[in-house]
Design a protein around this ligand. Structure first.
Ligand code: COA
Length: 150
């Protein structure tokens, strides 16, 4: 598997991006403002993440996703590790990520990759998404914010 930056003339794989965020509008906006990185195997795109500069020396990891039939094989972890390395090599001092209170696997993944929980944006998903979101039998209401010093 290779991980590389998506070229400017390549179309971002929207189906994959929408796995991580159901809002078409938000995804399109993030992709325009950030840098997209893709994981490829046998010329197929199997994973993606976006790095979005937010504040001075800070970048946010957003829209990380792996194609559904490849989940649980360690690709997500490799993408997070790659995102951290890429952010560091670009001179950022902090990398942040946010995920839903119901995203148990994602919370495990980020903490296994050395992110620490720094805060909770209460009712973020209620305020920004028109539909109720449920995962693991839990309503997704709050955004858990995590961060790592680089
Ligand atoms: N409890 C404990 N650990 C868990 C867990 C749980 N419930 N669920 C996942 N994990 C761990 C795995 O065990 C693994 O750690 P390990 O290597 O130490 O065993 C790690 O989390 C991630 O596993 P990995 O196989 O690398 O993840 P993946 O390739 O399936 O990708 C996602 C993870 C999140 C990218 C993938 O599930 C996905 O695309 N989801 C849809 C999009 C999405 O939700 N994106 C995130 C938005 S915040």
């Amino acid at each position: 598997m290779d991980i590389r930056k998506l070229n400017i003339d390549e179309t971002p794989p929207m189906d994959l991006l929408l796995l991580a965020d159901p809002s078409h509008t938000l995804v399109e906006e993030y992709v325009q403002r950030g840098e997209c990185f893709i994981a490829e195997s046998d010329n197929q795109i199997i994973g993606i993440y976006v790095l979005l500069p937010t504040r001075p020396e800070t970048v946010e990891l957003i829209n990380i996703a792996v194609v559904e039939n490849q989940h649980g094989k360690g690709i997500g972890k490799q993408l997070v590790v790659n995102a951290v390395q890429t952010a560091k090599s670009k001179g950022y001092k902090t990398i942040e990520v946010g995920t839903g209170n119901s995203s148990i696997g994602q919370l495990a993944l980020y903490q296994k990759c050395d992110f620490r929980i720094t805060g909770v944006d209460i009712d973020f998903f209620i305020r920004h998404y028109p539909e109720e979101i449920f995962e693991n039998g839990i309503q997704c209401r709050d955004m858990i914010r995590l961060s790592q010093d680089l």
